[in-house]
Design a protein around this ligand. Structure first.
Ligand SMILES: Cc1cc2nc3c(=O)[nH]c(=O)nc-3n(C[C@H](O)[C@H](O)[C@H](O)COP(=O)(O)OP(=O)(O)OC[C@H]3O[C@@H](n4cnc5c(N)ncnc54)[C@H](O)[C@@H]3O)c2cc1C
Length: 521
């Protein structure tokens, strides 16, 4: 064990590792990148996190680079939880600290997973209605701000967080709350680290007030720090929104207070398959106002691949080789919605399949969710690596976008099967790549650039549905004006002027570094 790991082990109650096996384990995530850290820390408390941050800050003051990357469950698809310095794991910061059933409030540590939290809440008939991977941590969810499948109805994780506690770059603590003009004046006069941050953000809000006003009129993407529009409101400031989508670049979230909602247990599905996108969109437009919690669109080729893996989807897709499957999921007035959907059966075009859940066919309909998992994990002749995932395209341009994809399929020679949520406009493309090929990184970046071009042309955003990390950051800055870029850089500097927190992620991406760190298998 090296000197630094030994020293840090004395400093914190938790553990710090530097053995090659552990460093190797934390050098990959679900993205296409591999970056080996120098240290992996497993703190047991907020105080431990503070000690680790203070240590790195002291080194930065002496001009020694000691970057910190926080890691929840490591499910990130953009390489944002990888780093070449110290990885701070939140595995042991996973406690539920307090619950107020009447107010539906719960206070947790940031490393608790969605499954752990929802299992505990379910005992009181409550839930956090986010359709995420069950292993993702609340800290990871806040930091990536994914536009999950239920976000169209429930607003996503941002709608359910009341306050957070954050360890800042210098190890001090920030507990967020909204401050009106009077409190803000007092706070910005304080000479401590949090006072200084409030003061800098207040000045930025004033300096960029027109830009922020303009930005707040447009749909919010996740690149940069677009949540500044939620932080600054009518003379008041709450720093909390800035941490949504910040991917650990502004601070380390240690505690979170969330507001839960009652569980809706009566969930019903409807599935329809169309040979042509226009017909599918007419159906989607009819269903969307019924407020399904999920309304997803899948290229039928996804189901065909799933069938190759043994899934039985014949009842859903028939013999259709080309077209789209629409999946609707209702958790409120489900029976009324399904009756309405049934009433249009007679007018549906030929070649259309419509199945509404009736208690006997539930298993057939559940197969649909699993067919996406089968598709993504079918690794014959390549891997469906995440490169162009969670982008947004507005519904009015989706038909054009689908035409654009067809052209792109021809020019790149790859099959591009689209899937995603019509309620949130958030979609993904997961073609296969041979990750062992010499020019894997070159081909991936070409695919990213070409896709990002057509997404932008159709009014969408490459990082519209989750933060840009390292991969999407290669192109997401093209969607920002110079003024926006200046504002975001100033925000980053207000929190982390020495660049300790997750450097190389979001604004500071270094394309050469990223391409050099594509994994080789
Ligand atoms: C099947 C599947 C489906 C998925 N679907 C989606 C999807 O629809 N949308 C989507 O965006 N992602 C999706 N993902 C990716 C992943 O689930 C999310 O990005 C998730 O939010 C990551 O949670 P995590 O705990 O693994 O975070 P990590 O991957 O460990 O970290 C994610 C980011 O958050 C930062 N971070 C983590 N914890 C903290 C903290 N306490 N304080 C500050 N920063 C922190 C990290 O530094 C990193 O930048 C999917 C993954 C899988 C496997």
């Amino acid at each position: 064990m090296g000197k630094i790991a030994r020293y840090l082990n004395q400093l914190i109650v938790g553990n710090v590792f530097d053995s090659p096996e552990i460093l190797e384990k934390y050098s990959t995530d679900l993205s296409v990148l591999a970056i080996k850290p120098k240290l992996v820390a497993l703190p047991e408390s907020t105080e431990d996190v503070q000690r680790l941050a203070r240590f790195c800050y002291q080194l930065a003051l002496k001009d020694v680079k000691a970057p910190i990357t926080v890691r929840g469950s490591g499910l990130d698809e953009t390489g944002a939880d990888l780093g070449s310095g110290m990885i701070i794991l939140t595995d042991k910061l996973n406690r539920l600290l307090e619950a107020d059933k009447r107010e539906r409030l719960v206070r947790v540590q940031a490393g608790i997973t969605l499954k752990e939290l929802n299992t505990a809440l379910s005992l009181n008939g409550l839930t956090i209605p986010v359709a995420g991977h069950e292993m993702e941590t609340i800290g990871g969810l806040i930091s990536n701000l994914p536009s999950d499948d239920f976000a169209g109805k429930y607003g996503g994780i941002m709608n359910h967080v009341e306050r957070i506690e954050v360890v800042l770059a210098d190890g001090s603590i920030l507990q967020t709350s909204r401050m009106g003009a009077r409190t803000l004046k007092k706070k910005t006069a304080e000479k401590n680290p949090t006072g200084k941050i409030y003061s800098k953000i207040a000045k930025l809000a004033e300096k960029h007030s027109l830009l922020i006003k303009e930005m707040s009129k447009k749909p919010m993407g996740r690149a940069g720090y677009q949540t500044i529009t939620k932080s600054v409101q009518k003379g008041s400031i709450d720093l909390m929104p800035l941490f949504f989508g910040a991917q650990g670049t502004l601070g380390i979230i240690t505690e979170v207070i969330l507001r839960a909602v009652p569980i809706e247990s009566h969930v019903r599905h409807a599935v329809a398959t169309f040979s042509d996108f226009k017909m599918a969109q007419n159906f989607l437009d009819m269903v969307a106002p019924m407020k399904p919690r999920k309304l997803n669109l899948y290229d039928v080729r996804i189901m065909k691949v799933a069938e190759e893996t043994g899934k039985k989807l014949g009842k859903i897709t028939g013999k259709l080789e080309d077209g789209f499957v629409v999946q609707a999921e209702f958790d409120h007035r489900a029976n009324t919605a399904l009756r309405k959907i049934e009433s249009v059966r007679k007018v549906l075009p030929r070649n259309t399949f419509l199945i509404t859940e009736n208690g006997k066919n539930s298993e057939d309909l559940d197969e649909l969710d699993n067919s996406l998992v089968s598709f993504l994990n079918q690794t014959k002749n390549g891997e469906r690596v995440p490169i162009v995932t969670n982008f947004t395209v507005p519904a009015k341009n989706l038909e054009n976008f689908i035409q654009d994809i067809k052209v792109l399929e021809g020019s790149l020679g790859m099959e591009l099967a689209l899937y995603g949520s019509y309620m949130t406009n958030c979609y993904s493309l997961r073609p296969k790549f041979d990750t062992t090929e010499k020019d894997f990184s070159k081909k991936s970046v070409a695919f990213l650039r070409a896709s990002s071009f057509i997404i932008r042309r159709e009014g969408g955003k490459i990082a519209g549905g989750s933060a840009e990390g390292r991969i999407k950051a290669l192109v997401s800055s093209e969607e920002m004006s110079d003024d926006e870029m200046t504002l975001y850089t100033d925000i980053k500097n207000a929190f982390d002027k020495y660049g300790i927190l997750n450097p190389g992620v979001k604004l500071e991406v270094d394309p050469t570094f990223v391409v050099r760190h594509f994994r080789k298998n």
